[in-house]
Write a protein that binds this ligand. Structure first.
Ligand SMILES: [Zn+2]
Length: 143
């Protein structure tokens, strides 16, 4: 098994597994190779092949898998969806969540930051929330 880093005409990079480089060539010539992002058949090798290590054996065969870059794009899209559909309550996340939980305020989608203690408290109260990695803008000043 070998894995090729492939790139389509639009510059999308992805990985695909092949039995050997001959298989890759055949699939390419027959137009079987397809960019998982845009579906283009114009796919080329981006890098020289990396030999597959037998000890990490896998049964996946010539299946396009999204690269980390693609995963990041998916995450980024999901993240901006969250930003669009939530109200930023900053560090008042825990108290706002509690207020909604006890019917003090109307339920709505909020986002914000909470300390470890606040998170534990919310969990104990049975309040459901989920954490996402914060993509901070790089305007932080370190003093
Ligand atoms: Zn593409």
């Amino acid at each position: 098994m070998i894995v090729f880093d492939l790139v389509c005409e639009d510059g999308h990079k992805f990985e695909a597994w092949f039995k050997d480089s001959k298989t890759f060539q055949e699939q390419k010539e027959n137009g079987f190779l397809e960019c998982p992002i845009c579906g283009s058949n114009k796919v080329n090798k981006a890098l020289s092949p990396i030999k597959f290590n037998k000890t990490t054996g896998s049964s996946k065969v010539s299946e396009g898998v999204p690269s980390q870059q693609v995963m990041f794009q998916v995450l980024k899209r999901a993240y901006s969806k969250i930003l669009e559909n939530t109200e930023d309550v900053g560090d008042k996340f825990a108290s706002e969540a509690l207020k909604m939980h006890y019917g003090v305020t109307e339920p709505r989608n909020i986002r914000g930051v909470a300390t470890k203690e606040e998170e534990d408290m919310l969990r104990e109260e049975g309040i459901q929330f989920f954490k996402v990695p914060v993509m901070e803008k790089k305007d932080k000043k370190e003093n």
